[in-house]
Design a protein around this ligand. Structure first.
Ligand code: R5P
Length: 293
């Protein structure tokens, strides 16, 4: 029964404090619904606004590349240090135990291989399966300027529209066609197109000249891919420069799982991304962890 005899009148209406009219810590996402924000909040640490996504989806077009021959042996030990796991549904079901509760960004494009035209992708996961797997976001490549540019953009648009029905965000991954220049003009174009069609965040590459402008002109968060394997210090320098110039973290694969010590490397990357640790210090941390293991 309701206690109608003890209703206390409100006292503090905070009349001197205007209500927060933006209400979200991630760029460009203030006006989405609760579920989508909650999923983004599981991907991006709300304290730092950044993320370390561990990407191991490469097999979907590259096969068993170095470091991913046995995901159960090489990637599982890294999961506890990652903020997010990015992989295909095949590897997720086959090799990641459901007791691993890290957020999953699901690779949802495919249908190509290194033996054919990379930009010729299709949507490779139905929204129902993404929901069934508890995906925090869906990811697909946009290949601006490539042979199947239009098809790849259409894939991302379809993912966005289906994901929006259920509050699942979409990550657009800027795939670089073989003949494209990796410069600020190209990434500015690709990331902006991806944002304009409604992608909730975008994976791009770091570039030495003009990265800050690419980030500034993109209305939603950008994370950087690691790209091909670099010496550890160089990879940490790249991550540092990217976050220092506005990236909201990394979606890194080879520079972690192909490292001499992947467990040490992912922790060093995390220190750079979340604490803006200087690369030299993070490299020292990497070496200390490596020699202790
Ligand atoms: C490649 O197509 C995948 O999307 C990878 O997830 C992405 O390239 C990040 O991996 P890496 O750091 O090895 O470049």
């Amino acid at each position: 029964m309701a206690d109608l005899d003890d209703i206390k009148d409100g006292k503090d209406f905070g009349l001197d404090k205007p209500a927060d009219r933006q209400g979200f810590y991630l760029k460009g996402l203030a006006h989405y619904d609760w579920g989508l924000k909650n999923r983004m909040g599981r991907i991006f640490n709300p304290k730092t606004g950044r993320t370390v996504m561990l990407a191991f989806d490469h097999g979907y077009f590259q096969g068993p590349t170095t470091g991913l021959e046995r995901v159960d042996l090489t990637i599982l030990p890294l999961a506890e240090y990652a903020d997010v796991l990015m992989c295909t549904r095949g590897v997720l079901r086959a090799q990641i135990p459901p007791t691993v509760t890290k957020p999953v960004v699901l690779r949802c494009s495919g249908g190509n291989s290194i033996l054919s035209e990379l930009s010729n992708e299709t949507i490779a996961v139905d929204i129902e399966d993404a929901i069934r797997l508890g995906a925090c976001a869906m990811a697909a490549q946009v290949y601006i300027g490539a042979e199947y540019e239009h098809k790849s953009i259409t894939n991302v648009i379809k993912l966005i529209d289906t994901g929006m029905r259920y509050g699942i965000p979409t990550l657009a991954v800027t795939g670089v066609g073989k003949d494209m220049a990796r410069d600020a003009r190209y990434f500015g174009l690709a990331t902006r197109i991806a944002a304009e069609i409604g992608s909730h965040y975008i994976k791009s590459y770091f570039i030495e000249d003009g990265f800050e402008k690419v980030v500034a002109a993109c209305p939603v968060p950008i994370v950087i891919a690691g790209g091909k394997k670099l010496p550890e210090l160089e990879a940490l320098e790249m991550a540092y420069k990217a976050v220092d110039q506005g990236a909201a973290g990394v979606d890194m694969g080879r520079n972690i799982f192909q490292s001499d010590d992947p467990v040490a490397m992912i922790q060093a990357v995390g220190k750079v991304v979340h604490e803006l640790e200087k690369p030299e210090k993070a490299f020292q941390m990497y070496n200390d962890l490596k020699s202790a293991s």
